[in-house]
Design a protein. Structure first.
Length: 347
């Protein structure tokens, strides 16, 4: 349910609505838009509530939200959400280009990669310190030491970093180091983890579950938003289909669908979306052409020796080429590259 406030309503009147909601055992989430201020009501509503709220001073009208997801939907917030991470604004006209290795392996590997992706024009570093693994015998990450290495790379290059958090217990630790917390595909419906991520004052990127519908994905986003964390971005990383040529099927159509249904920024991840390095660039271009606010790309100094996801990782040279090919595509859809071409300097 949405409580639309009158244009000239006062803070006090809004407070009155919020108090009424609290007394009814409900939560109110305020969204101050360009056109209007609305209060999204979440919780178990009851039939008389609408009339009661409509009679309160300052209230223009009360409208039901037709979709099961509330706070992530455009009905609640028609304007695009933007998220500030260091100097980077995600969800604005400029693209967010997140790049780095799948897993943090060594200090040297991360530093070299951070320098290379920055030189090629990326504005956010990625790297997994806590790695989810399909097999228990695969590399599972360096843990806290990995976070320290990422923090060192940030200090040297100035790039903010994103890294995955696997468990509710690790949220505090990861939030202490990272600029953005990543929730991976395997954890999209780990509701306790979502609750915890909703309580931190750090942006969160929620990847789509590999078998999740768009509605399930937005309902997971709702968990984080309902806890009060509005700094949320989504990431399309491919879904399971019958196709075996690729690791996942990158669902490009999810990008314009999310843009239509939700105000949250969306990032395309063609690395996990395809699983094959030579498909990464074409799908990256497609994601931006389809309206994505940015990309997440796996890059490694030597993909053949990567401890994780080498087959889908780009070399420094291939990443630089991706960025060069991306520039005209971005321009054609009215988006800016994170760094203007003349500013990019490759050593
Ligand atoms: C990753 O980003 O390295 C990762 C594990 O992603 P996903 O959760 O999409 O598989
Ligand atoms: Mn990976």
């Amino acid at each position: 349910m949405l409580v639309v406030m009158k244009k000239d309503s006062t803070e006090q009147e809004m407070e009155g609505v919020m108090q009424k909601l609290t007394h009814s055992g409900l939560a109110g989430h305020i969204s101050r838009g360009v056109e209007r201020t609305v209060i999204g009501v979440v919780g178990q509503t009851f039939p008389e509530l609408r009339d009661t709220l409509e009679l309160l001073p300052g209230v223009e009208e009360v409208i039901p939200i037709s979709k099961p997801y509330k706070l992530s939907g455009r009905e609640f917030k028609p304007d695009d959400t933007t998220i500030k991470v260091g100097d980077v604004l995600i969800g604005g006209n400029k693209l967010a280009i997140i790049a780095g290795p799948c897993a943090v392996e060594t200090e040297r590997q991360v530093l070299e990669t951070a320098r290379a992706v920055k030189a090629a024009g990326a504005n956010i570093l990625r790297g997994g310190a806590f790695k989810p693994s399909t097999s228990p015998y695969q590399f599972r990450g360096l843990g806290k030491q990995g976070l320290e290495i990422l923090a060192l790379a940030r200090e040297e290059t100035g790039l903010p970093f994103i890294t995955e958090v696997l468990t509710p217990q690790d949220v505090e630790l990861v939030a202490k180091y990272a600029d953005i917390l990543q929730i991976g595909t395997r954890n999209m419906q780990n509701f306790i983890l979502l609750d915890e991520a909703g309580k931190v004052n750090k942006p969160v990127m929620l990847k789509r579950g590999m078998s999740a519908t768009i509605q399930e994905w937005l309902l997971s986003a709702e968990y984080i938003l309902a806890q009060g964390n509005r700094q949320l971005l989504l990431c399309e990383r491919g879904i399971r289909t019958f196709e075996t040529h690729t690791r996942n099927t990158m669902d490009i159509s999810a990008i314009p669908i999310i843009k239509k249904l939700s105000h949250l920024p969306i990032i395309g991840d063609p690395s996990h979306g395809t699983g094959k390095w030579d498909l990464v660039t074409p799908m990256a271009l497609a994601a931006i052409a389809a309206g994505a606010d940015g990309l997440m790309i796996e890059v490694h100094p030597n993909p053949d020796e990567a401890l994780k996801d080498g087959a889908q990782s780009l070399t420094f040279e291939n990443f630089e080429q991706l960025m060069q090919r991306l520039a005209p595509v971005a321009a054609s859809v009215g988006r800016e590259m994170p760094v203007e071409p003349e500013e990019v300097h490759v050593e």
